[in-house]
Design a protein around this ligand. Structure first.
Ligand SMILES: NC(=O)c1ccc[n+]([C@@H]2O[C@H](COP(=O)([O-])OP(=O)(O)OC[C@H]3O[C@@H](n4cnc5c(N)ncnc54)[C@H](OP(=O)(O)O)[C@@H]3O)[C@@H](O)[C@H]2O)c1
Length: 355
């Protein structure tokens, strides 16, 4: 025991600087190998023509743009979200952009039965599944202590974690048959602590760990691409979320805010190219990785930086979800709107084939 303690104390001092030196020395060679691998895989990138791609969360933002990218590559698409009316237009546009066949299905990815249904319907119709792209999400921006309504907590974890696991679980037997691929949209928050996003970040961290473990279990028979990205302009970053069937939660003030961040189209291109190349990770922007170094080797520097950056933000903006109030003076209370595009009539899955 004593010996073990001594060894650990010694390694605590020696291992970090030794690893840094080793990394620095091997960095050029590693970069060379990675570049060669990247060039080879780019040349032999997967041809998606006639392949079958299921995209969850395809009714807006990144999911929608990913659908267009696969469409340009001539794939067959199965678009999943709860707002079927949104999917219709996206399916039509995808078809014009080159998709062979497009199916749309209104489904809730948090419900395992609905996931089984859309995966089975896909296999019944197309006979295969090649890529499963998980983009369904629900975000938030609140300090935990501001929460007065905890009913949104399970929703956040359900959609951001189980909403990825269920579709993956039911699609895996079919992905095995095609040596297919699962694509996951995590976020930089999965390892970079950003205030006001605690539950979202926790779900994304769980997601990354789940898929890293699954990658080993699957032994490369089914590929896994994990995308971690920063702030992208989309409905999520504009604060519009649909919490449950027929109810649309709008954070009115945030929707008025001009969303900043990289263009969704650019990111969708990167993720589809990365998936077809067989990349394990897609990062946008990739320089955020340096924060990981600070987190491991100098966590206090990261802490100070965040504190300094936050101190310069005098006005704290908070989403209304869970807090029941707005941080902006005189703004209206949280609204749960019954969406004009309520899906009450589509609670049972509906499927359409557009040719
Ligand atoms: N935007 C960013 O800045 C950013 C940054 C980092 C990571 N990400 C990640 O990127 C992915 C896509 O984000 P986004 O910005 O494109 O979000 P978005 O525009 O808000 O899209 C979310 C999608 O998820 C669907 N969805 C939500 N709950 C669902 C459920 N229970 N069942 C089925 N579909 C559901 C929504 O459609 P319905 O409402 O019609 O169901 C919508 O199509 C997410 O995983 C997100 O965490 C985004």
């Amino acid at each position: 025991m004593m010996m073990m303690d001594l060894l650990n104390s010694l390694l605590n001092w020696v291992a970090p600087p030794a690893s840094l030196v080793m990394l620095a020395c091997s960095w050029p060679a590693l970069c060379f190998i990675t570049t060669c691998e990247w060039l080879y895989k780019s040349f032999y990138s997967e041809n998606m023509e006639d392949k079958v791609v299921i995209i969850t969360g395809a009714s807006s933002g990144i999911g929608e743009q990913i659908a267009y990218e696969y469409a340009k590559r001539g794939a067959n698409l199965v678009l999943i979200a709860r707002r079927e009316n949104r999917l219709r237009g996206i399916a039509e546009k995808s078809r014009h952009m080159g998709a062979k066949h497009v199916m749309i299905m209104a489904a809730d990815v948090v419900k395992e039965d609905e996931c089984k249904r859309f995966v089975n319907e896909t296999v019944n119709f197309f006979g295969r599944v090649d890529h499963l792209v998980n983009t369904a999400t629900l975000g938030h921006t609140f300090y935990l202590e501001e929460v007065v309504d905890t009913s949104v907590f399970p929703h956040l974890l359900d959609i951001n974690f189980w909403g990825n696991v269920y579709p993956t679980f039911v699609a895996l037997p079919f992905l095995h048959q095609t040596n297919g691929r699962v694509i996951i949209n995590a976020a930089v928050e999965s390892w970079l602590p950003l205030p006001r996003m605690s539950l979202y970040a926790a779900a994304k961290a769980a997601l990354v760990n789940f898929y890293e473990t699954l990658r080993f279990e699957l032994n490369d028979e089914v590929g896994i691409t994990i995308a971690t990205h920063g702030w992208i302009g989309s409905e999520m970053s504009r604060g519009k979320f649909k919490v449950e069937e027929g109810a649309e939660m709008q954070w009115i003030e945030e929707r008025e805010v001009q969303a900043t961040g990289g263009p969704v189209e650019e990111y969708a291109k990167l993720i589809v190219a990365g998936a077809c190349r067989g990349d394990q990770y897609v990062k946008f922007p990739s320089w955020y990785d340096v924060f990981l170094l600070y987190r491991v080797f100098a966590p206090s520097v990261l802490n100070w930086t965040f504190r300094m950056l936050l101190a310069t933000h005098t006005g704290r903006r908070t989403s209304l979800v869970g807090t029941g109030r707005s941080m902006l003076e005189g703004s209206p209370p949280r609204k749960l709107l019954t969406g004009s595009n309520s899906l009450s009539q589509t609670s049972s899955l509906q499927m359409q084939k557009l040719e």
